[in-house]
Design a binder for this molecule. Structure first.
Ligand code: NI
Length: 255
């Protein structure tokens, strides 16, 4: 069984065949799925999906690019929902400087508030960090994120940055990017990261791996990612599947 640690099945890209697709995962060897909220609406839909599918768990949080929608009242709603059964993480939260908005000060404020929310709720965090390596690490160190724990989703920084997060006890979400021929830096990082700190993820509907790059992604493509990690680590696909499953189950507290 493969543990899908990061997908967005609430996305409208799945409106046409969501139920059929989710129902087919088990026969393709896909076990638990963590559906990750990226906006308040995404969190609301995640809560609905969790009720409908026993194998689907939820992460609740607001992506840095969407933080302009947050206020005290909405954060209080998130806090309340984090107590729901099967909510296993706060996320995805972090910093994204790839796009100019919202401005960094807004992103930082809500990143800090959501890290503190995770601490209060005793949940791990799912971190989104894009073109913001230094600020993300600086904030996480200053706020003692090592006491909270979690995963750096779609890890795409260097081995040196990986070392810092390893020391903080974090896990690394590895997805479709590892199958791209130009992913040299990431390949080095995956060689370096111990196998017991790696989770597999698709970020569906985004980031489809080779050979289906550019199309709508789904958890059905996880074997391509498992295979590439197995090649890099010099272990079998079965072992990669088992270890990454155990890692995710440990992090998210799923038996
Ligand atoms: Ni995502």
């Amino acid at each position: 069984m493969i543990f899908e640690s990061h997908a967005h099945y609430d996305d409208e890209a799945f409106d046409e065949d969501r139920d059929a697709l989710l129902a087919s995962l088990k026969e393709h060897g896909i076990g638990p799925v963590v559906n990750v909220g990226a906006s308040l609406e995404g969190c609301r839909l995640t809560l609905e999906l969790m009720k409908r599918y026993p194998f689907l768990y939820g992460a609740l949080g607001v992506h840095p690019g969407e933080t302009a929608e947050l206020n005290e009242e909405k954060l209080a709603w998130l806090r309340q929902q984090c107590g729901t059964d099967k909510v296993v993480a706060v996320g995805e939260i972090g910093l994204d400087y790839h796009w100019p908005e919202p401005e960094p000060s807004v992103q930082k404020m809500w990143f800090e508030r959501q890290l503190e929310l995770a601490r209060e709720c005793k949940l791990p965090v799912i971190i989104h960090s894009r073109d913001a390596a230094k600020d993300t690490l600086d904030m996480m160190k200053a706020l003692h994120a090592e006491e909270i724990g979690g995963v750096i989703h779609c890890f795409s920084y260097t081995k040196e940055i990986a070392r810092e997060y390893l020391e903080m006890g974090f896990y690394f979400g590895i997805g479709g990017v590892i199958t791209f021929s130009n992913a040299k830096k990431l390949k080095e990082a995956v060689e370096y990261i111990p196998t017991d700190r790696i989770l597999v993820e698709t970020d569906s509907p985004y980031l489809a791996p080779e050979p289906v790059r550019g199309r709508r992604n789904s958890s059905l493509n996880l074997p391509c990612i498992i295979q590439r990690i197995a090649e890099i680590k010099g272990i079998s696909c079965e072992e990669t599947e088992t270890v990454t499953y155990d890692n995710a189950a440990r992090l998210f507290g799923i038996a």
